[in-house]
Write a protein that binds this ligand. Structure first.
Ligand code: SAH
Length: 221
């Protein structure tokens, strides 16, 4: 705590400005995405002694041995997903809830699926506290998508699969976009964008990334 409260808010504003500048210089240029990331405070999604690193462009550990993604990667994935205001979006891998919170300001409805129960409970409580009322969190194995809410305009997978899971491709609308890291789980993976057209699927490679693996079944505890 500094002596003058305005010092704190000035420091915060300065940190936020640097954060946004950094995102821009790393290719996050869509003004809607930048505005959504400006509104969501990453500090809310990072706990304990990593809290003061919330504005660093680095992944950080969260509960259940998982990670909150690097902000520039969240920005680039959101930009590639290009959600429209009327869209229904599915996220696989809620984790801290940060990516879902960023998406909530850019589309009509976000469904986010997580296999670890403690992460589901924490994310639900946080969304309620932040009044992000268009996000629904589900405890499930996201490899199967969310059939009861399908089809989706957009699907974002924030854990690495060897290939885009078939059920997720099937739950994507024609004209829809999916963003997913693919490759061996213990190596660097390739982030790809899948566009579903009238006749099939088009695949575009975006960049190298490193995500925790998409794991089958529910987590213990
Ligand atoms: N999007 C998150 C980061 C995700 S880390 C954020 O913004 O913080 C990847 C998450 O995917 C982890 O929480 C992991 O538990 C979850 N996950 C892995 N395999 C899964 C599966 N089959 N179904 C649902 N969630 C899964």
């Amino acid at each position: 705590m500094s002596q003058h409260p305005e010092d704190d808010s000035e420091a915060l504003a300065e940190r936020k400005m640097r954060f946004l500048f950094h995102l821009r210089s790393h290719g996050v240029t869509d003004p809607r995405v930048l505005a959504a990331m400006e509104r969501i405070d990453r500090g809310e999604f990072v706990r304990g002694h990593f809290e003061d690193r919330a504005y660093d462009d680095t992944p950080l550990p969260i509960q259940c041995g998982q990670t909150i993604s690097q902000p520039s990667v969240v920005g680039l994935m959101t930009q590639a997903l290009n959600p429209a205001p009327r869209d229904k979006v599915l996220e696989i891998g809620t984790g801290s809830g940060y990516q879902a919170a960023v998406l909530s300001g850019l589309c009509r409805r976000v469904y986010t699926v997580e296999r670890h129960r403690p992460l589901v409970s924490e994310a639900e409580a946080l969304f309620q506290r932040l009044r992000l009322s268009n996000i629904t969190v589900r405890l499930a194995d996201g490899s199967y998508g969310l059939p009861e809410q399908a089809p989706f305009d957009r699907i974002i997978v924030t854990a690495a699969a060897e290939d885009p899971p078939g059920p997720l491709l099937a739950q994507l609308k024609i004209g829809g976009i999916m963003v997913v890291p693919v490759g061996q789980s213990d190596a660097v993976q390739t982030l790809i964008r899948v566009n579903r057209t009238d006749t099939g699927f088009e695949y575009h490679e975006l960049r190298q990334v490193r995500f925790v693996p998409l794991v089958e079944g529910l987590g213990a505890g």
